[in-house]
Design a protein around this ligand. Structure first.
Ligand SMILES: Cc1ncc(COP(=O)(O)OP(=O)(O)O)c(N)n1
Ligand SMILES: Cc1nc(C(=O)O)sc1CCOP(=O)(O)O
Ligand SMILES: [Mg+2]
Length: 216
């Protein structure tokens, strides 16, 4: 059991640009490009297969003073002292939330509608992800896109909560998403499928956080 009404460890109120990537190669590239919030999202592998990359990503996050969230593999994240974990609604049925809380890891939760949002809010996570905002090619979604009007309504209903928008957010949609009042924007394909990922990352950092990449 998690302590009722006890919040998970706090994260930044505004997480800024939040790339979600599936390999250590991308983690290194993006840390070197000045990204400070990241997620390692490797799907459906045995723990023994992913543990070396998860440990390395956590150590790199510490070295670069960046916030590296581990998707799904919450017990490995605890074992190696990650900054944080990202979990979906299905994970909530099986993950040991009390262990995550005791270990002081930050917790991000996915939500896709008002019902999931209410469930997430009751757990007082470190941030709440609101998705998917637009159609996405990256993941098969059972839900419908929430769109900008709902994003604005949902963000307005979460004062004091760190929020992240995800799903189909391309560079040209970032300004509209920011106007909805979220503090973080999570992207996969806007960076990993960009013709020039360095330019895409620099453009996103500038638009979302108002800063450039560090000097090479
Ligand atoms: C920032 C962020 N938001 C949502 C998700 C989706 O997580 P989940 O619902 O657990 O689905 P998978 O990513 O595991 O397929 C996310 N990873 N990151
Ligand atoms: C992993 C993931 N989770 C989502 C959610 O809504 O929970 S949308 C998504 C994929 C986001 O990829 P892209 O930026 O390429 O659309
Ligand atoms: Mg998940």
């Amino acid at each position: 059991m998690i302590a009722p009404d006890a919040p998970f460890a706090a994260t930044e109120p505004r997480l800024g640009l939040y790339p979600v990537v599936d390999s250590l190669v991308w983690i290194v590239r993006l840390l070197d490009s000045g990204v400070t919030t990241l997620q390692l999202r490797i799907k459906d592998q045995p723990d023994v297969t992913v543990e070396p990359d998860i440990e390395a990503a956590i150590l790199l996050g510490r070295k670069y003073r960046a916030r590296v969230f581990i998707n799904d593999y919450w017990s490995l994240a605890i074992k190696h002292g990650a900054y944080g974990v990202h979990l979906g609604q299905e994970d909530l049925d099986t993950a040991d939330l009390a262990a995550i809380q005791r270990a002081g890891l930050r917790l991000g939760l996915s939500t896709h509608d008002d019902h999931e949002l209410a469930r997430a809010q009751a757990l007082h996570p470190s941030y709440i992800a609101l998705g998917h905002i637009f159609p996405t090619q990256t993941k098969i979604m059972p839900s419908q896109p929430q769109g900008l009007a709902d994003l604005k309504r949902l963000a307005a209903g979460l004062p004091g909560v760190s929020t992240v928008a995800i799903g189909g957010i391309s560079i040209d949609r970032v300004d509209d998403v920011l106007r909805c009042g979220v503090g973080g924007i999570a992207v996969v394909s806007a960076i990993t499928k960009a013709a020039d990922w360095r330019l895409a990352t620099a453009t996103l950092l500038q638009k979302i956080e108002g800063r450039g990449a560090p000097d090479a």
